[in-house]
Every structure is written in structure tokens, then in C-alpha cells.
Design a protein around this ligand. Structure first.
Ligand code: F6R
Length: 603
């Protein structure tokens, strides 16, 4: 979603702001802007489209300013135009915003009646106008920020600069926002993501909700102050070092981050296995020995929800414990039945997904413990959980999630195994090592998958099918393809095809059929039905099988031997590569697909 970067210090703010926004580009956006205080005026430059458009404008104007705020916008209220791009500013303040002001419509009407004018169609400008109105009444910046923030509803983060000082102000409600400083260089920063501040701010502050942060820099020091909304000093924030390195932003030898991240999986699988079985992570899993709950309420969105579906199978099949998996945006509004001996399990790469966070809140209010399978340490989900199971995927830059899915499922698998029997079982480590090897083999045979992609990339629609433990993989395969190749793709349980979707089948449709060694004959019958209706058949199934060879238009043979419960992950990597090659042939923007955002911080 929207990216935010702010700077105050002795240098030209343009450099760190633009560098920070470039690092956040992967999250998805459709316009960009910057506000700089120059000669005591707030000057705003905004452009529709890619950050490069804004960079060209900056190149032309060559502005210099010691304080500024920048923003990449992912449109919610109002079309993608330069007017609607952030920052929004007037003669007193400039504001950038991430999130949604839910009561913006009503507030705007009232403010218009009072004579205030609006330059954009955004909800964000409502905050600017409220702030201005309260400031004109009180002449006090902090109290005006507090009052404006208390007037709006919904989840949001704001950064504010003002004409009369060189201070950066920010605050948030259930939206990501961090503050950073560098005491040596006397610089202060604000961002929606600590990643934007890597190499700039060695120290990161994580303010809690509704805490106003005021950063100021003078010739001898940088000062960061925190206030409650009643303007008393606040200690509701955490401090952490920023240990990330800038190198992680490189694609290495790969053409896309997505491909790089697919290829990182063999190494990451082994690293995660070592962490949870042999190293520090073992202490965390050992706490689960003999752990039982009446029901696991798993909630997540998108790919993470698919990971939840695989994990549910583990909890039910390995542990015989009940698990419900729900899409977070559904769970939060369904008045769910939650009993005291149950557990909330939240799965999220970013740890900032608004709907997943709302489910966590709901479970906490119901008095049950909250566990998280999460990638970003220090994220809101991480901070609000009773127990965290980190997936250690490193930063995932490709908008379409690949390695995070694999490691989410693997973490769930290890949790499930630790509840069942000792993790010292040498077979477990061998099984995980085998998964890593098989994924590595798949990556090195990527050309084979590319050849399949060449046969089918021009087809009109794709139906992914799988049974049992491969059904979630069919859903995930279809999601990946539609995200990055912009083609219609759906995932179905193989047995469900004849209950409706089969009406879609003709020669323009491809059935990507996942066939595991289990329920083999039944799944073969399903593809016979598709073939009889002239659909194209691509099978991902056990290798060296003459029957499949005969039935399919293209066939990727896999070696399932010894993978047992981990085979869905193996198959999924084949589908990740297939989607990648199809998208490549179609020439789409693979790392930053249109309309998508990496971390969905609004409902
Ligand atoms: C798909 C994808 C999304 C995310 C979803 C949840 O490739 O990346 O479907 O999985 O938006 O995001 P997180 O895991 O950050 O909560």
C-alpha cells in the first residue's frame, strides 16, 4: 500500500526521501509526490504513474530542502491523478497519509458547509483541512493534530510538516509507521517501513497507536519526543536497531525479484529447519510439546490463507486437532463462535495486513491466546501476539508471494510435528533436506517448465485442480498466475469440476491438473472428463507415468518419493515457476503487477 518517507536534518532531504520511496516501490502504487520546505514555503511536486516521473520533475527543478515528506499512493478514494496524489498541503501544513478515513464523506460535507475548500477527491485531504481548522482556532500544532486525529475514524498513519518549524510529526492507528534517527549525523526520519530507512537510521522507534511523535533537529542534536493524545509525554513506543543491509535490495543474477525469491527457497528451507530443530528456534517449538487446544482459529488473507489451508490439514491429520481456516475479512465480521480453550493463529508475511490484524484483535477481546506465523519481526502482528513463529524468509520484494508461502507452511508443519513427537527424529531433518533438494532440482529444470509455458501462455483461461492436500496448492497456483500474468485462472478441488466449472471447458481452456500419488485413479478420471470436452491438459504429477503421458498435452513429472506431507510445497514451486514463465512470455510487470500492493494495510 502507500509508502511514506520523511526526513529532517542538515542534508538535502530529497536524496533519502526518493531512495526510501524507491525501496518501497515493490509494495505497489500509482502516483508519487514530495513536499519540501523551501524558503519558508511548502512546495509540493506530484506526478501520476511511476516514481521515475517524479524523479524527472525533481531533476528539472533541482530542489534543496532540509525537511520534507514523500509518498507513493495506492488509490482508495479518488482516481489516480496528480491532484489526488500526496502530499496534500496548504499555506500552513502538508500531510501524507496511508489508510482510510472512514467518516471522510460526512466530515467533508460539514467542512464544506463551514466554507472550507478541497483540491482533491481524497479522504486524506479531510485530515489536512481538519488540522488547519483546529490550528486556526488554537494556534497549537500538537493539540490540532490530536483533535483532528480524534475526529476521524478508520485505520491510518499520517506524517505532517508545517510551515512554521522544521519538525516532523507523525501518528497512526493500526497502520505501519516507524521513526528513525541517526544521532551522529543529526538526522530524523519517518517511514511506513523500516526497510526504507536501512543505511540511514541505525535506530528505529515503533510508536504504538495514537501516540504523536515529534522529531526535531538543531545544530547540535536530534530530538524525538512522544505524546499521548492528551499531550502528556508517552512511553508507549519500542526502540530497535535496524540490522538490515542494503544488499538485500539487489536482484543478483536474476531478472526479477520473484525469480530470485523462488531460487532462494532451497536454502531457506534448510535454514528454517536448522533454526527450529537444532538452533534457537527449538526452544520456541519445545513449548508446544503436548500442546492441545479445542480448536485453532486460523485467519489470513490471499496466499497466507492458502498456507493456512495446508496447515489445517497438518493439524487435523498429524495432531487430530480441530482447525478452522477463514479469510480474515470474513471472520472479522461474522460474529465468530470462539470458546476459551481455543487459539487464534494468524498467518501473515508482512504482519501488517489490516484484516488479519482485526481478527487478532477480535480473538484477544474474546480472551483467547494469539499465535502468529509471521515474517516481519517487529510488525504489528508480531508485537501483538502472545507467541510468534517467525518464518525467517528475509525481505520478500516480489509482490506475488513465493518464498513466504513455503516457509509459512513449513513453520506450521514444524509446529504440528513438535506437538506430536520429538523433533530429534532424524527422519524429520532428512525429509526437510529432501524437500530442499527437490526444490533445487526443480529450479535447475526451469527450462522444462518454460517449454510448457510456451505451449499454453496464449490460452484464454486456466483451471487448476488438485485433491486433498493439493487442493490449497491449486488455489495458490491459480492466484499466482492471475496476479502476475493477468489471465483468468481458478483453483478447484478436482472432484468439484463436474459440479459446475466443467461448463467452461473448451479448447481455449487449460486444466493444470495436480496429481499426487494419493487418489491417483480418481484424479485421472477428472482429467479424462476435461479431455473429452477438448480442454488442454497440463499435468504436474508422478514422473515416468505412461497413462499421464498419453492423456496430457504437456506433462511435468515430479519425484514425490519420500516427501510425504511436504509434497504440496514441492508441487507449489513448480507452479510458481510456471506462472513466472507464462507472465514473462506475456510481458507483464512481474515484480510489481498492476493494481496490487505488497502489504494491504486497508480493509
Ligand atoms: C499473493 C499475495 C497476497 C498476500 C496477502 C496477505 O501473492 O502476496 O495474497 O498473501 O495480501 O499478505 P500478508 O501475508 O502480508 O498478510
Amino acid at each position: 500500500m502507500c509508502g511514506i518517507v520523511g526526513y529532517s536534518g542538515p542534508n538535502n532531504s530529497v536524496g533519502p526521501i526518493i531512495e526510501g520511496l524507491s525501496r518501497l516501490e515493490y509494495r505497489g502504487y500509482d502516483s508519487a509526490g514530495i513536499c519540501l520546505k523551501i524558503n519558508n514555503e511548502l512546495q509540493i511536486l506530484k506526478k501520476e504513474g511511476k516514481l521515475d516521473n517524479l524523479k524527472s520533475l525533481i531533476q528539472e527543478k533541482k530542489p534543496f530542502s532540509h525537511i520534507g515528506i514523500g509518498h507513493t499512493r495506492w488509490a482508495t478514494h479518488g482516481a489516480v491523478t496528480a491532484d489526488n496524489a500526496h502530499p496534500h498541503g496548504n499555506e500552513l501544513f502538508a500531510v501524507v497519509h496511508n489508510g482510510i478515513i472512514e467518516n471522510a464523506g460526512a466530515l467533508k460535507k460539514e467542512l464544506q458547509k463551514e466554507g472550507f475548500e478541497f483540491k482533491s477527491q481524497t479522504d486524506s485531504e479531510v485530515f489536512l483541512v481538519l488540522l488547519t481548522k483546529f490550528f486556526k482556532e488554537s494556534k497549537n500544532v500538537l493539540s490540532s493534530i490530536s483533535k483532528a486525529f480524534s475526529t476521524i475514524t478508520g485505520n491510518s498513519a499520517f506524517v505532517i510538516i508545517e510551515k512554521q518549524s522544521d519538525k516532523l510529526y507523525c501518528l497512526k492507528r493500526s497502520a505501519p509507521l516507524v521513526v528513525g534517527d541517526n544521532k551522529e549525523t543529526r538526522e530524523a526520519f519517518v517511514s511506513s517501513d523500516p526497510f526504507a530507512l536501512v543505511g540511514f537510521a541505525p535506530r528505529i522507534y515503533f510508536p504504538e497507536d495514537s501516540v504523536i511523535c515529534e522529531s526535531s533537529v538543531n545544530s547540535s542534536e536530534v530530538t524525538i519526543k512522544f505524546y499521548e493524545l492528551n499531550l502528556t509525554p508517552s512511553n508507549r513506543y519500542k526502540i530497535q536497531g535496524n540490522a538490515m543491509s542494503v544488499d538485500i535490495t539487489s536482484k543478483g543474477p536474476y531478472e526479477h525479484f520473484m525469480l530470485k525469491e523462488i531460487h532462494e527457497q532451497p536454502y531457506l528451507v534448510e535454514k528454517l529447519a536448522a533454526y527450529y530443530i537444532k538452533d534457537e528456534g527449538r526452544k520456541i517449538l519445545d513449548q508446544l510439546v503436548n500442546f492441545k487446544t479445542d480448536c485453532w482459529h486460523i485467519t489470513a488473507c490471499g496466499t497466507a490463507w492458502h498456507a493456512g489451508l495446508v496447515i489445517k490439514n497438518y493439524l487435523e491429520q498429524i495432531n487430530r486437532q480441530r482447525a478452522s481456516v477463514e479469510i480474515a475479512s470474513e471472520f472479522r465480521y461474522k460474529n465468530p463462535i470462539i470458546n476459551q480453550k481455543e487459539i487464534g493463529l494468524f498467518i501473515s508475511q508482512s504482519g501488517e495486513t489490516a484484516d488479519t490484524l482485526a481478527c487478532q484483535e477480535l480473538c484477544k477481546e474474546s480472551g483467547i491466546s494469539s499465535f502468529a506465523i509471521v515474517n516481519v519481526e517487529g510488525s504489528t502482528l508480531y508485537r501483538n501476539s502472545d507467541k510468534n513463529f517467525l518464518i525467517h524468509a528475509g525481505i520478500e520484494i516480489g509482490v506475488a508471494s513465493t518464498k513466504a508461502f513455503t516457509l509459512q507452511v513449513l513453520t506450521g508443519y514444524l509446529m504440528s510435528r513438535s506437538m506430536k513427537s520429538s523433533l530429534d527424529d532424524p527422519k524429520l531433518f532428512i525429509e526437510l533436506k529432501l524437500l530442499s533438494t527437490r526444490i533445487s532440482e526443480l529450479c535447475s529444470e526451469s527450462d522444462k517448465i518454460k517449454k510448457i509455458a510456451e505451449k499454453i501462455y496464449h490460452q484464454k483461461g486456466f483451471i487448476f485442480t488438485g485433491r486433498g492436500k493439493y487442493f490449497p496448492i491449486a488455489l495458490e497456483g491459480a492466484l499466482k498466475l492471475k496476479e502476475i500474468a493477468y489471465v483468468h485462472a481458478e483453483g478447484y478441488a478436482a472432484g468439484e469440476l463436474k459440479h459446475g466449472p466443467i461448463a467452461l471447458i473448451d479448447e481455449e481452456i487449460v486444466n493444470i491438473a495436480i496429481i499426487g500419488p494419493e487418489l491417483f485413479e480418481k484424479t485421472i478420471s477428472n482429467i479424462e472428463e476435461v479431455k473429452a470436452r477438448r480442454g488442454k491438459i497440463v499435468v504436474i504429477g508422478p514422473d515416468h507415468n505412461a497413462e499421464i503421458e498419453h492423456l496430457s498435452d504437456a506433462y511435468l513429472g515430479l519425484n514425490f518419493e519420500g516427501l510425504n506431507d511436504l509434497s504440496p510445497l514441492y508441487v507449489n514451486v513448480a507452479l510458481q515457476l510456471l506462472s513466472y514463465h507464462i507472465a514473462y512470455l506475456k510481458g507483464t510487470d512481474i515484480d510489481k503487477p498492476r493494481n496490487l500492493a505488497k502489504s494491504v494495510t486497508v480493509e
